[in-house]
Design a protein around this ligand. Structure first.
Ligand SMILES: C[S@@+](CC[C@H](N)C(=O)[O-])C[C@H]1O[C@@H](n2cnc3c(N)ncnc32)[C@H](O)[C@@H]1O
Length: 295
């Protein structure tokens, strides 16, 4: 039986800014949330085959990218159930290369300090799917987008995030990768979108390329997205007092911004260290709590 989002506070007024931070596997936690209780989901799952988040249930460590896509479809099917009828999903997904190297330096950001050799070596074998060849760009964001479309989501926009500061790459046979995709999906054809939430400086309707730099200070997570990215999605996709969900919370950026913008948030994170980081970043005198779900 699904629980209310803030179920152990019966009848209690939940002021904007409240957080619920759940430590566990999203695939197991999402079914415990009430249907149609969230206005928008702003999230960024791990890249496939790049980092090791040190848990058997982690997304991104699947043996094949096909399995990665299937796992994301299963998680976002639950997100769709939890979203209100007029709710939206803002999904940032990264790409990667099929490699046959074995050097441990594959993947677009493979030089990042905390990457684990094991996961990278696996990624250094060209996966036996989709006709991939050595050095093929896998096109994972679009493969995920098409799979979600086939599963019932309505794909409404592809936003290109242009990174002011691109991760250095030691490549000499192609341009350095400095963009990522953010997809806007809707649960139904008529959905909430506030065109005045964020506008161009000319006051025109916001365009689908966002030039964003990283946040000035790191926050202890290797793959946090900029606060401004979360701010735009939240302002366009929700109203004050609404609930925002991030099933891959990481350092809690979505929760931090939701709180600043007077929204409530439910954050799910597999790694207890990052769930704690999410709590510390979002706490600031608000009613936040971390709970563990055994998975
Ligand atoms: C790319 S990071 C998210 C970063 C976040 N947007 C931020 O700004 O900090 C993805 C996170 O998903 C978590 N994760 C991986 N598999 C998960 C799962 N099955 N359920 C919940 N969290 C998971 C990882 O531990 C990691 O912290």
């Amino acid at each position: 039986m699904p629980l209310d989002l803030f179920s152990d506070m019966p009848g209690e007024q939940i002021p904007p800014g409240n957080m619920r931070i759940v430590t566990g596997d999203s695939l197991a936690v999402l079914p415990t949330l009430a249907a149609e209780s969230v206005q928008c989901c702003v999230t960024s799952p791990p890249y496939w085959g790049l980092r090791d988040y040190q848990h058997d249930a982690q997304i991104g460590a699947e043996l094949t990218p096909e399995r990665y896509v299937e796992n994301l479809v299963a998680i976002f099917r639950e997100v769709r159930r939890v979203l209100r009828k007029d709710g939206t999903l803002w999904l940032n997904v990264g790409d990667g290369y099929a490699r046959n190297g074995g050097t441990g330096n594959c993947g677009p950001n493979a030089m990042v300090g905390n990457t684990k050799k094991l996961i990278q070596k696996r990624n250094c074998k060209v996966p036996d799917c989709w006709g991939l060849k050595d050095r093929d760009l896998m096109g994972l964001p679009w493969r995920v987008a098409f799979a979600l479309q086939a599963d019932g989501w309505i794909l409404r926009s592809r936003i290109t995030w242009i990174k002011k500061t691109a991760m250095p790459e030691s490549v000499k046979n192609r341009p350095t990768s400095a963009t990522e995709e953010i997809f806007l999906f809707a649960k139904s054809p008529s959905y909430f979108y506030d065109p005045d939430g964020v506008r161009e400086s000319s006051d025109a309707n916001l365009r689908n390329y966002w030039i964003l730099g990283p946040d000035a200070s790191g926050n202890g997570h290797p793959a946090a997205f900029p606060r401004e990215l979360a701010r735009r999605c939240i302002l366009l996709g929700s109203r004050i007092g609404d609930t925002v969900l991030d099933p891959f919370s990481g350092s809690g950026t979505t929760g931090v911004v939701a709180s600043e913008q007077g929204r409530q948030a439910v954050l799910i994170e597999l790694n207890p260290k990052y769930a704690q980081l999410s709590l510390e970043r979002t706490h600031h005198g608000k009613k936040s709590r971390v709970e563990a779900v055994n998975t």
